[in-house]
Ligand binder design. Structure first.
Ligand SMILES: [Zn+2]
Length: 558
């Protein structure tokens, strides 16, 4: 068993005398106007992560040797697994000039946008790096449409400063301040306060929490002591649902549907260092540093557009490291794509559900967000209503033009959430002769599919149950009397019809001209058919007394 409390965490947060001295030095440096570097909040957050041990065993920004080793082997120069470069390559001419002048041993003071000293770096070296090489190794592409690649070109300077980091003051986390926990605090909570033996880490991106996530959480909690949920906050692009709403949506879910004392939520304020399948590896390391023994990972963890294949985020562990994730000191819990099956009546995966696509409501965070942007509450089967209620407020329904038409094609929403609609005439219904092609679908199709889910997803299992109850409820008081009454009545009517037809047959003229009058033969066929229908209707159902045939008394059963 891995025992997290023994994990050695980096701690370079300056306190007491050391902090006072650092502040004094920083003040001198500011007065001289030398060796000060202006950083944005994102860099400050990265410094905080390093100093508090979230990125252990790293104690600072990488030197050229570690940098190159990480790019090409996914390991630090000493062999420690590490998937992504940790670089301090601040942009801006002034900053880059400061970097240029730094010598080994020089202390660089980092100042925030209010010109307050917040951290320092003890220079090891300054080196230049190749942007293209970095993009190719980290992201597997040099395509500048990839957000990670773009940020290398747009947000990073050409030189990188390597050296140990020391934190003087940490950033305030604003709306997330009360959720902020350091790795040491998480570990103390799990192992000292709660006595946990295993903790499953789960890191989640910019979409609202859905039942695919919940399925993973529940499965994890069946076998492990605690769950650590780390939503990434602050990274929000403008169109993404804002982090405050996502955190509140999480609260709604955790408080209403989870065993609250087995779950800890500790958001991560991440920056642009994270992206791609290598990000999955980094996340596993971060989760480990926050105390996780296991890391739950879905099919497309930290996916970006279509740059990576399904499950690449899971296979990369074995591709980079001989011992897979175990070499990182954490065990991987890999999950298949989760969907809701209306025939199973539950969330499921291909590993468990044998039913066809016609029963399936798929779960895609991106498509759920899209659906909300067109102003629709997502189905309860894939997003808990309490979560949707909050998420809907954090997302602006701006998908429509002034005429109420969608501004983008919407077929992919149907493809990603309602695959049944493409293959079947209704949810769980008869298959279409030819599947619909999603590219041509309109908002009306989205509405139809959504309406079908709302009206029929509960019915499928319900209909089957009622049918069975009608036959097999041995205690008939529960049986649906109105159905028995209705069929009794139609049997009676059928008898009346038979009587009328018998009278017609009796009085029919065998020699009638069939073009003018009905012949006796035709009347006889009518009667025959009416009797056949009666025969079919006349099954009286099971005789429940007869079904209780075993002579043993109730009390004699074990
Ligand atoms: Zn199923």
């Amino acid at each position: 068993m891995m025992s997290r409390p023994q994990l050695k965490l980096t701690n370079t947060v300056l306190e007491g005398k050391a902090r006072e001295m650092a502040l004094e030095e920083a003040a001198e440096s500011l007065a001289r106007g030398s060796n000060t570097i202006m950083i944005d909040d994102e860099a400050w957050i990265t410094v905080e992560m390093i100093a508090t041990g979230a990125l252990s065993p790293c104690t600072g920004f990488m030197n050229a040797e570690d940098y190159s080793s990480v790019l090409h082997t996914g390991r630090l120069a000493d062999g420690t697994p590490w998937p992504t470069p940790l670089s301090f390559a601040v942009a801006g001419e002034r900053n880059q000039n400061v970097l240029k002048g730094l010598k080994k041993g020089d202390v660089a003071t980092l100042i925030n946008r209010n010109k307050e000293p917040v951290a320092r770096i003890i220079t090891e070296e300054v080196f230049e790096y190749d942007r293209e090489e970095r993009a190719q190794c980290v992201f597997g592409t040099t395509d500048k449409r990839h957000p990670g690649v773009r940020s290398i070109y747009e947000r990073m300077g050409e030189r990188s400063l390597a050296g140990k980091v020391e934190l003087i003051s940490r950033p305030h986390w604003g709306a997330f301040e009360k959720y902020r926990l350091t790795p040491a605090q998480c570990i103390d909570y799990f192992y000292n306060k709660k006595g946990a033996r295993t903790v499953v880490g789960f890191i989640t991106g910019a979409n609202p929490v859905h039942r695919g996530h919940e399925h993973i959480h529940r499965t994890a909690l069946e076998n492990h002591d605690m769950l650590l949920i780390q939503p990434l906050v602050q990274l929000a692009k403008p169109e993404y649902i804002r982090s405050e709403y996502r955190i509140q949506a999480y609260e709604a879910l955790l408080n209403k549907y989870y065993q609250r004392d087995r779950v800890l939520m500790s958001p991560l304020r991440v920056t642009y260092i994270f992206a791609g399948p290598r990000e999955a590896v980094l996340h596993a390391i971060v989760a480990r540093n926050f105390g996780a023994t296991h890391f739950a990972i879905g099919r497309d963890h930290a996916g970006v557009g279509n740059y990576y294949g399904d499950y690449e985020c899971q296979t990369i562990f074995d591709r980079l490291y001989e011992g897979g994730s175990k070499e990182l000191g954490i065990e991987l819990l890999s999950f298949s794509e989760v969907f809701y099956c209306a025939r199973c009546g539950t969330t499921a995966t291909e590993n468990t559900c044998p039913h066809g696509k016609q029963y399936r409501i798929a779960i895609s965070g991106t498509a759920i967000r899209e659906l909300m942007r067109y102003g629709y509450m997502p189905p309860k089967e894939i997003v808990r209503p309490e979560v949707a209620a909050i998420a809907m407020q954090g997302i602006q329904p701006k998908g429509l033009d002034e005429n109420g038409n969608s501004i983008y094609p919407v077929g992919s929403i149907v493809k990603k959430l309602f695959p049944f609609y493409l293959v079947a005439k209704r949810l769980g219904g008869k298959l279409r002769e030819k599947p619909l092609s999603w590219e041509s679908l309109t908002l009306e199709d989205v509405e139809r599919a959504l309406m079908d889910v709302r009206e029929n997803s509960d019915r499928i299992l319900g209909d089957i149950a009622r049918e069975m109850e009608l036959v097999f409820d041995a205690r008939r008081d529960m049986a649906a009397q109105w159905i028995n009454e209705a069929s009794e009545y139609s049997r009676e009517r059928q008898l009346q019809l038979i009587k009328a037809l018998e009278e017609k047959v009796a009085s029919a003229d065998p020699n009638a001209d069939n073009r003018m009058f009905q012949s006796k033969a035709e009347a006889e066929r009518e009667l025959e058919m009416a009797k056949y229908v009666y025969e079919c209707m006349n099954s009286k159902g099971l005789d429940h007394k007869k079904m209780t045939w075993n002579p043993l008394k109730y009390s004699e059963y074990r």
